[in-house]
Design a binder for this molecule. Structure first.
Ligand SMILES: [Zn+2]
Length: 423
């Protein structure tokens, strides 16, 4: 007797299987004939582990247009705009916006999020707000928080002290922004000190790193070096790494093996990178996407992150990690069947690995969290940005969405279409 039985779904690896759920765990996977409190018929549908977003800003989300929009579309104007906004935004407003976003995420089967939280604020209201949100959503979203000195660990006079205070309050991960420090030397020093703080406290590291078109922005090299020096392998992530797009090829041929040896993962954010980078170029205009396939070929774990939804840096966004993977697939030209399937894994399993999620996945003993999609395969899910027919979080059905069928009135043609296609 299961609490929930998901019948006949197609798993991302192509197997057709039933999934039996007991309390908050997957109890069994296979051909199951037991009774269940609730049966979900997934015949013909893809059943996947939940979507994971390893890079987001929950303290800034849903604030687009306040107090004004980002006219230049650049990273730097966005940071300036956020500085104005965080002065006036209250803790309650941050909580309310973040919870609204978490509703959206839950509806899209996005059940694990790593969010940076700005620690350059003497009141630390963002950290307090996000800790409240983490507690409030814990039954359906695993929320990891990164202490993020947005205005620079050394560039902002109280950032260092406030970042340490945020970690003392229970923020999970150490962040940084070396390319925003005043000099390359300060950037490198900030990477070193932040990694030492993480090593001392037994924490993970996730830095905004080299989010610039400057080919000489090479802080990822320091991040990988410090990871090795301090024995942090497998616990450190470099976010964005856009400068790698513009770096000299010989230099990159030496850099990628170092990142691989150090066990540092990478999270490009395709929606934001394509929107923000290349703004100083005329034509040809750079894409602002790091070297995704090249890193994967070296065995480096690469995920796709969303970064922003309706905030000072990005005027769109839907909490749909399939949108993110769809954009990444295009910019990184990951068009072979294997590469498209890999893009789906990047927003599920690879992102889960980057966040160090325990009990993630579709296997016996894992968290009973999964998504039933209106698609037959991972690649079809990407093509359709498929509806989440049913979302289960830790043993509870938390969201349902109708299929995307359109009713047609065409002479001699079928009365409806679902746009699914058997290849
Ligand atoms: Zn970010």
């Amino acid at each position: 007797m299961f609490d929930i039985l998901v019948k006949g779904g197609t798993l991302p690896d192509g197997r057709v299987a039933d999934i039996g759920i007991e309390k908050d765990r997957i109890k069994a996977i296979g051909q199951l004939d037991a009774e269940a409190g609730e049966v979900i018929d997934a015949a013909g549908d893809l059943v996947a582990p939940p979507f994971v977003d390893p890079h987001f800003h929950l303290d800034a989300t849903l604030s687009y247009g306040q107090p004004r929009i980002n006219a230049s579309g650049t990273l730097l104007e966005g940071i300036g705009l956020w500085s104005e906004l965080k002065e006036v935004m209250t803790e309650e407003q941050m909580v309310e916006r973040a919870l609204t976003y978490c509703d959206w995420a839950a509806s899209m089967g996005l059940l694990a999020i790593r969010s940076h939280v700005d620690t350059c604020d003497d009141t630390l209201k963002g950290a307090r707000a996000m800790l409240k949100v983490r507690e409030q959503v814990k039954d359906y979203i695993d929320l990891q928080l990164v202490a993020f000195p947005q205005d620079g660990l050394y560039r902002d006079p109280t950032a260092r002290e406030n970042t340490l205070r945020a970690l003392d309050m229970g923020v999970d991960v150490v962040g940084g922004i070396p390319h925003f420090e005043r000099t390359m030397a300060d950037g490198a020093a900030s990477v070193r000190e932040l990694c030492e703080i993480a090593a001392t406290r037994g924490l993970r590291v996730d830095m905004h790193c080299d989010e610039t078109d400057d080919p000489m922005s090479r802080h990822i090299e320091t991040l990988a070096y410090e990871t090795q020096r301090l024995g942090l392998q497998g616990r450190v992530n470099g976010s964005h790494l856009t400068s790698m797009h513009s770096m000299d090829n010989y230099y990159v041929s030496k850099l990628l093996p170092l990142i691989a040896e150090a066990g540092v993962s990478a999270v490009p954010n395709p929606l934001i990178n394509i929107m923000i980078q290349g703004r100083h170029d005329t034509f040809p205009k750079r894409r602002g996407m790091t070297r995704v396939k090249e890193m994967q070929a070296h065995g480096i774990t690469v995920g796709w992150g969303q970064d922003c939804v309706l905030d000072p840096w990005y005027p769109l966004g839907t909490a749909d990690m399939l949108d993110v993977a769809f954009m990444g697939l295009h910019i990184a030209q990951m068009s072979s069947p294997e590469e498209m399937a890999r893009c789906f894994r990047m927003v599920t399993e690879d992102n889960a690995q980057i966040m160090g999620l325990e009990n993630y996945g579709l296997h016996e003993g894992a968290d009973a969290s999964l998504v039933v999609l209106d698609a037959a395969t991972p690649t079809e899910a990407l093509r359709l940005r498929a509806a989440r027919i049913c979302v289960i979080a830790k043993g509870r059905v938390i969201a349902r969405t109708p299929r995307m069928d359109a009713q047609l009135s065409l002479p001699g043609r079928s009365a409806s279409t679902r746009r699914r296609h058997r290849t």
